[in-house]
Write a protein that binds this ligand. Structure first.
Ligand code: IMP
Length: 440
């Protein structure tokens, strides 16, 4: 059985929810009797926002895997996912309503109220000197810091208030983090309130704790379909993105292998599908070479409005830009991408001309093919564009690539050609509805 990993190929918000929903639905439909489908969330936390539209209903899943809206699907939340217990409880309501099953890894870290205080306080202080990252304010960075410093409260510690308190007092954990909050001029949430908060929101999580790594390994050995679902996007990866304007976890499929010990066995076709918007967006601060600014600003605003480019988690307007094939080539390389899903092609309909970035000039020379796109490269590069002709037809009803307007087909071929025709475009999104998609 194939492992089909879904990850964001840009700066997040590429429309992963819709593609993973489709892949999950397909896997459920084709699932042999006696087996099940496992959707694995392996990175990030409530900073994500996967939107899935089913008929008139819109689901936005932040902290859990988007398979929670499918009855009988097992949604595994791995050891590198950070959990906001309040967000998790809301999504467990959705899972219960829809029949999705959820299992949490015991060693996954908890985002404490202190982490959210700290995230916001640091950003506020940094914004005074124009140094803010523009985080989602969900406590992601501080929670991951504590995970890597080996102090974090784990989901497995939530079993009773005594154990929560003991874990918070271990190695001066609570006091040291509260002292940092005080340093930023805020009143830290007290230890008692932290224990109470954790306990109040822990019951439904504790009853779903399990050995997620064993579950996934066994399912893999038995040939069940596993759909790993990444959050954020490769260009926000802590290592491969433009630090410090990145998130605090790995956003490539490497996070799956690192945390689940799940490798590409020879007989297992390993598919890593990057979801890529037909243009580019970025939310928060950080370099963005193809941002529609200056003479393109009005186009950027139009794309933002038509594409409803406002954050699913924070509601912030997203910055819009042209498709950046240099960044995409880099993301495909460091992310081990085997297929692409291009989303929101319909949003480009009506533009007479469409620019595509095919090179960067950096330090007076062209960027090299395998060069790392560090923050400095992205900040200082001058993007080089080709201009392709647009199309005016409404494409939302098209279901075969051959039925797209000729210029839309040429746009997709241009992307594949740029990537040496080694990474096919297997899906093309042409509208927000579940079925508004062109399949292979
Ligand atoms: P954090 O992950 O909240 O710490 O935010 C760090 C950076 O990543 C900020 O620029 C955020 O806007 C961005 N970011 C985090 N999660 C997402 C996401 O799911 N989509 C898009 N951007 C994100």
């Amino acid at each position: 059985m194939a492992i089909k990993t879904i990850i964001g190929g840009q700066w997040g918000d590429e429309g992963k929810g819709k593609v993973s929903d489709l892949i999950i639905a397909e896997a459920v439909r084709d699932c042999p009797a006696g087996t099940s489908v496992i959707v694995v969330r392996f990175n990030g936390g409530p900073n994500a926002g996967h939107t899935i539209k089913v008929g008139d209903r819109k689901y936005v899943v932040h902290n859990l895997a988007s398979g929670i809206i499918h009855a009988g699907v097992i949604n595994v939340s791995g050891p590198l996912v950070v959990h906001d217990l309040e967000a998790v409880n809301q999504e467990l309501d959705t899972a219960e309503e829809c029949g999705g099953l959820v299992v949490f890894d015991r060693s996954a870290p908890v985002i404490l109220p202190l982490h959210k205080q700290l995230d916001k306080a640091v950003e506020l202080a940094a914004s005074a000197n124009n140094r803010a990252i523009g985080t989602t304010g969900r406590g992601i960075g501080p929670a991951y810091s504590d995970f890597w410093s080996r102090d974090a409260l784990k989901l497995g510690d939530l079993v009773n208030p005594e154990r929560i308190r003991r874990a918070l007092l271990n190695r001066g954990y609570y006091e040291s983090r509260a002292a940092i909050v005080s340093h930023f001029g805020l009143q830290p949430i007290s230890l008692d309130d932290t224990v109470d908060w954790c306990h109040a929101h822990s019951g439904r999580v504790v009853s779903r704790l399990g050995d997620t790594r064993e579950i996934v390994a066994e399912a893999h050995a038995k040939g069940w379909t596993i759909v790993p679902e990444g959050a954020q996007g490769i260009l926000l990866d802590t290592v491969h993105g433009s630090a410090p304007f990145v998130t605090s976890s790995f956003c490539t499929a490497a996070a799956l292998t690192a945390t689940f010990g799940l490798y590409d066995l020879q007989e297992t076709p390993n598919e890593v599908i990057a979801i890529v918007k037909a243009y580019t967006t970025r939310v928060g601060e950080g370099p963005f070479p193809t941002e529609m600014l200056g003479t393109d600003q009005a186009i950027g605003e139009d794309v933002r409005n038509r594409g409803q480019e406002f954050g699913a988690t924070t509601g912030r307007p997203r910055r819009c830009g042209w498709l950046d094939l240099v960044a995409l080539r880099y993301a495909c390389r460091v992310g081990g991408i085997t297929q692409l899903a291009i989303t929101k092609l319909d949003i480009l309909s009506g533009l007479p001309e469409i620019k595509v970035c095919i090179g960067y000039e950096f330090e007076g020379r062209p960027i090299r093919e395998h060069e790392t796109l560090t923050g400095r490269v992205l900040r200082e590069a001058t993007p080089q564009y080709v201009t392709l002709p647009g199309w005016s037809d409404d494409i939302s009803g098209v279901r075969r690539r051959l039925d797209l307007p000729i210029n839309a087909q040429a746009y997709l071929e241009f992307i594949e050609d740029f990537l040496d025709n080694t990474i096919p475009i297997d899906f093309v999104g042409v509208g927000p509805e579940r079925d508004a998609i062109i399949l292979p």
